[in-house]
Design a protein around this ligand. Structure first.
Ligand code: SAH
Length: 465
């Protein structure tokens, strides 16, 4: 390590930025965001800099730089287009003992600016010592995916409790365990979800128990998480984080290996898969199992294909949890319709084709057929979930209700997965095409003229590899 990483207190202290262009504006903005009293020294300023000066009320001077400008500064930047001026800033700063940074001149820098990830005050700074700034920015992007956006909120929440916790729990080890539990458990999740007053209550209860030394077994909870249609890249950050914290996971047939591989390695895995005809575990039994595991203090992940609230029976599962006062969280996922549409090249709405889109189930309770009369509307795309096994009846019902037999329609099998297949035709001939192609589960049916847009890719193809 060639440079010493530091976070410097610059609040209300003078910082000089020489230069009026974009690079100077970036430095001035950063220093000002950290509270520094920034003076911009530049005879001419760009639009960016003018806006910044106005918004952040920075001082702006235009005279020749002299020693007095640097005297008393905590930091100085030379970010002018005029190299000679930058060198002069460097020399003056050195003479005054002020740490200086000259843009794009590593040999004239006494400090460098790291790539910064700022989560509301929780800051990660990355540096390669000036060797590979792009690499540090890429590393920063990786951190972006790991650190929940609300980390800063959690830090401020913790800041408000710090004194109280310090007074209530004197022993250092126990205090550390207390904070670990707060940062990894219910309290943190409530803060991330924006449920601040509940987080305050949970924290109060946890603190009272810890102070009395009566921490019970940890309180269990259930996370109902949408895992998307198959491609693991379509998981949300929150889904991934909870997948890595859970102690038990209940998963469906729709969850592929790619996603299961991302679940915490030592988590217990329980398969509760259902196929349309072959119910492995009844819905009531799944709900009862969730309740039992959470009551034992476990953090339970209920992983669902697509989105939990779209034909996912998520509503029924949380009713059971709510009825027994078990804390839960629902995390949305990319639903099959979105995933299949994007990966098959069929937009669900389009100015020239469809101004609305409905999601329906091909077999509802007691296998009712969809209400085609209501669904067939000009300019409306219809997406049918769980419709493949009843395709001939669905197509016949559509036409019998007055729907156009030549209406374009497609089936997307295993959407977003590496072995996705698509067949397209018209609603009238789709059953015959399916007979020939014999697509399997899971498959989604899309009906509407938007299907022809996939035609730019060959919409009459019978099957795609
Ligand atoms: N909650 C899920 C839907 C569950 S119902 C979601 O939001 O996507 C199960 C039905 O979803 C399947 O019968 C099929 O119609 C559809 N489906 C789910 N994943 C799919 C995929 N990868 N490709 C095509 N259809 C899919």
């Amino acid at each position: 390590m060639d440079l010493l990483p530091l976070f410097m207190a610059v609040k209300d202290r003078p910082v000089l930025v020489v230069g009026g262009g974009k690079a100077a504006a970036r430095k001035a903005e950063l220093a000002s965001r950290a509270g520094a009293a920034v003076t911009v020294l530049a005879p001419e300023i760009s639009g960016d800099m003018a806006t910044l000066i106005a918004e952040r009320k920075l001082s702006h001077v235009t005279h020749e730089v002299t020693r007095e400008d640097l005297d008393g500064c905590v930091l100085a930047y030379g970010a002018s287009d005029d190299e000679a001026l930058n060198e002069k800033v460097h020399a003056l700063a050195e003479a005054c003992g002020v740490p200086v940074n000259i843009v794009d001149r590593p040999e004239l820098c006494q400090f460098i600016m790291p790539a910064i990830l700022d989560r509301d005050g929780v800051v990660v700074a990355v540096s390669s010592g000036g060797d590979a700034p792009l690499l540090t920015r890429m590393m920063k992007a990786r951190f972006e995916t790991l650190v929940p956006a609300a980390y800063g909120r959690l830090a401020r929440f913790a800041g408000r409790w710090r004194d109280r916790v310090g007074k209530a729990i004197r022993d250092g080890d126990r205090r550390r365990r207390f904070w670990e539990e707060a940062f990894e458990g219910t309290v943190a999740e409530l803060v991330f979800a924006g449920r601040d007053s509940e987080a305050e209550h949970a924290m109060q209860a946890q603190l009272e128990a810890a102070a009395k030394g009566t921490e019970g077994p940890p309180r269990g909870e259930v996370w109902l998480v949408g895992a998307g249609p198959g491609d693991p890249d379509l998981l949300t950050f929150r889904a991934l984080r909870l997948m890595q914290q859970a102690e038990v996971v209940l998963y469906d047939r729709l969850i592929g290996d790619g996603i299961m591989n991302l679940v915490r390695r030592d988590a217990e895995r329980i398969y509760v898969g259902k196929s349309p005809k072959n119910h492995t575990m009844a819905q009531e039994d799944i709900s009862a199992l969730l309740v039992r595991l959470a009551s034992e203090g476990k953090r339970v992940l209920r992983l669902k294909g697509g989105d939990p609230f779209i034909f996912g029976r998520g509503g029924e599962e949380i009713e059971a949890l709510a009825a027994r006062g078990i804390p839960f969280q629902v995390v949305p996922g990319v639903t099959a319709a979105n995933g299949c549409a994007a990966y098959a090249g069929i937009p669900l709405t389009h100015r020239d084709h469809a101004q609305a889109c409905v999601f329906v189930t091909g077999h509802g309770q007691e296998d009712q057929a969809p209400d085609w009369q209501a669904l067939i509307q000009p300019g409306q795309t219809i997406v049918v979930y769980m419709g493949l096994s009843a395709l001939p009846e669905l197509a016949a019902g559509y036409i019998a209700a007055g729907g156009d037999p030549n209406m374009p329609a497609a089936i997307v099998e295993k959407g977003t997965r590496p072995d996705q297949r698509v067949i397209a035709g018209t609603i009238a001939d789709l059953p015959a095409r399916q007979e020939a192609a014999n697509l399997g589960q899971p498959s989604l049916i899309i009906i509407g003229t938007v299907v022809t847009l996939q035609g730019e890719l060959a919409w009459f193809e019978t099957a795609q590899g």
